[in-house]
Write a protein that binds this ligand. Sequence first.
Ligand code: MRU
Length: 341
Amino acid sequence: MAIATIKWDNGAIKIIDQTLLPNKLVYLKFKDLKGFWHAIKKLQVRGAPALGVAAAYGAYLGIQNSRAKNYNGFMRDLGKVIKFLGSARPTAVNLFWGLDRMRAVAVKNKDKNVAAIKKAMLSEAHRVFEEDRAICRRMADHGARLIKNSDVILTHCNAGALATADYGTALGVVYRAKEQGKRIKVYADETRPLLQGARLTAWELMREGIDVTLICDNMAAHVMGQGKITKVIVGADRIARNGDTANKIGTYGVAVLAKYHKIPFYVVAPVSTIDFSLENGRQIPIEERGSDEITTIQGRRIAPKGVAAYCPAFDVTPSRLITAIVTEKGVFKPDEIKRIR
Ligand code: MRU
């Protein structure tokens, strides 16, 4: 996959600024933690698995210049960095998973000096990155088995290369099916308010030569009613133990429509997106974003000044609407995922 969404580059984190796509492909480099926190907050880097990688490299970025002389001092510095990065976005559990991994590696190396702990943490961040690449491929292999020649897939938001370190989750399945020689077509929901579908999914699918057609979110029912869609495939930001799945706002509506039209609805996500500590989706924290994301489009006002606007960034699809969840460990019915642990 030619898209390098996030990587470590000579003491800095390099990302594609996703807020500028599809009009400009600009890479940004961060050497300071505050700047990188803002990049996560502003969605310059986004998508659950990419946020796991961002957390790992971000944690290292935050402590690479720590002047702590001993383990306790170092852990105090690391604790602050982890708390700060964790405050950037609440829903994608991969962010916290990545931070936990970095804390765990520091603890595991507590008998070493600070320089050696830092070194172990950078290696761990590289491992998180490499693992995500491998996991994308495995999910794609499992998911592609569900895809038939001539399937027409509806997707929501962006769960592709721009949301991971490699191939994507939902879109990874599409890429793999295409590599297998299956003829497939994708309908991409534009995904209001921040238009990840229109700006990002359409851009990356076109680059990869996939037949993609963009629709507004409110066209999904009509398109399904016309019999044009054979499968829905989306990603996830956090999956509870019972299979309830948080994903980009609008996903729940798509799942209800899919059920009504008897279209299979698949979620593709790595095991790191499953939050085994949560019994059900009601416990998933839902990010609320500023009302300006609804009242303006790319800086241009589209609603009267001062109007109230409510902006939840995610919703929860109940597990009963999900046909199966595809992970790197295989394809599971939603009520089976608790067994993965
Ligand atoms: O707000 P975003 O753009 O970070 O939301 C992303 C999504 O909802 C994706 O569908 C999800 O993270 C899965 S990405 C493989």
